[in-house]
Ligand binder design. Structure first.
Ligand SMILES: C[S@@+](CC[C@H](N)C(=O)[O-])C[C@H]1O[C@@H](n2cnc3c(N)ncnc32)[C@H](O)[C@@H]1O
Length: 251
C-alpha cells in the first residue's frame, strides 16, 4: 500500500501532475450540470441542442425559415387539426394559450370556436408572430393576441388561462422546466394543459427521434411541475394528445 511517509517527493510530485492533467479530460467526458435545475450538457445529436432534461435531449427549434411547412395542406390529413380541437372540449368563453404557436395554424382554428373567448398565441420568434398577424388580418380574426415569449418565460399573466395547448412544440423548448412553471402560474385553478406530440413508442412514425415524445416522458416532465395527468387520447393518426390539470387548491 502507498503511504505518503514512504513516497519519495519526486514521485509524489509526478502523481500530482498526472492528477491535475486528468481533470480537464474527466470534465469533458462527463455530462455537465446547467443551472442546478437538472439540465445536463452533452455532445449534441444531429437534431438536438446537446441539453438533456430528465433523460431527454431537447430538439433544435424550428426556424421561421421553415414556416411554410406548418401550413402545408397535407397537415389536415396527417394531424386532423379539427378533430384535435374538438377533443379539447372548450367552453365558448375559454381563454386558451397556444404556446409555441408558430404561424397560428392552431390558434386561428381555435379562435373560430370561441365566440366569447380568446387565444393568447405565444412564440419566441417575432418572424412567426408577424406571419401569424398577417393571417389574422387576412381572415379578419380579432380574438387572437400574439404574445412574444422569452426562451424561459411564456410571458402570460398569472391566473389568466383555462387551457394551455402545445402542438409539436414542447420537445423543442430549451428551458422546459421554466416554461412549464410559467404556464402553471398562468393557469386558473383546475385549468388544463394539453400536449400533442408524435408518438415515440412507434418506430414506424417517420419523424426525427428528438421531435417525438413517449407518454411516460411527457407524464414525468409534467409531474415535475405539479400537474396531474387526466387522460391520453389516441384518436389522432400519429400523435398522442395528453391532458393534464393544475390541482385546485381550494377543493
Ligand atoms: C414546430 S413549431 C410548431 C408551431 C405550432 N404549434 C404548429 O403546430 O403549427 C414550434 C414552435 O415553437 C416555438 N418555440 C420554441 N421554443 C419556444 C419557447 N420557449 N416558447 C415559445 N415558443 C417556442 C418555435 O419558435 C416554433 O414556432
Amino acid at each position: 500500500m502507498l503511504s505518503f511517509s514512504v513516497l519519495p517527493w519526486s514521485r509524489l510530485c509526478r502523481w500530482l501532475l498526472v492528477c491535475v492533467a486528468l481533470v480537464p479530460l474527466i470534465a469533458c467526458s462527463a455530462p455537465v450540470l446547467d443551472q442546478g435545475i437538472g439540465y445536463q450538457m452533452v455532445s449534441p445529436s444531429p437534431d438536438g441542442i446537446g441539453k438533456v432534461y430528465m433523460g431527454r435531449e431537447i430538439a433544435q427549434t424550428m426556424g421561421h425559415q421553415g414556416a411554410a411547412w406548418l401550413d402545408r395542406p397535407s397537415r389536415t390529413l396527417q394531424e386532423r387539426p379539427i378533430a384535435a380541437i374538438q377533443g379539447l372540449d372548450l367552453a365558448p368563453d375559454a381563454v386558451v394559450a397556444d404556446i409555441g404557436a408558430g404561424t397560428g395554424y392552431f390558434a386561428t382554428r381555435i379562435a373560430r370556436r370561441l365566440p366569447e373567448g380568446r387565444v393568447l398565441a405565444v412564440d419566441i420568434q417575432p418572424e412567426m408572430l408577424a406571419l401569424m398577424q398577417q393571417e389574422l388580418d387576412n381572415q379578419g380574426i380579432t380574438n387572437v393576441e400574439p404574445v412574444l415569449g422569452q426562451i424561459d418565460d411564456p410571458n402570460l399573466p398569472p391566473n389568466s388561462i383555462d387551457l394551455a395547448l402545445m402542438v409539436d412544440a414542447y420537445h423543442e423548448f430549451a428551458y422546459p422546466y421554466e416554461i412549464m412553471q410559467g404556464i402553471v402560474q398562468a393557469l386558473k385553478p383546475g385549468g388544463r394543459v394539453v400536449l400533442a406530440e408524435y408518438r415515440a413508442e412507434n418506430p414506424l412514425i417517420m419523424i426525427k427521434r428528438l421531435h417525438k415524445m413517449s407518454q411516460a416522458q411527457v407524464k414525468a416532465e409534467m409531474a415535475a411541475v405539479g400537474l396531474e395527468w387526466l387522460k391520453t387520447e389516441n384518436f389522432l393518426p400519429q400523435q398522442h394528445l395528453l391532458f393534464f390539470q393544475k390541482p385546485d387548491a381550494t377543493k
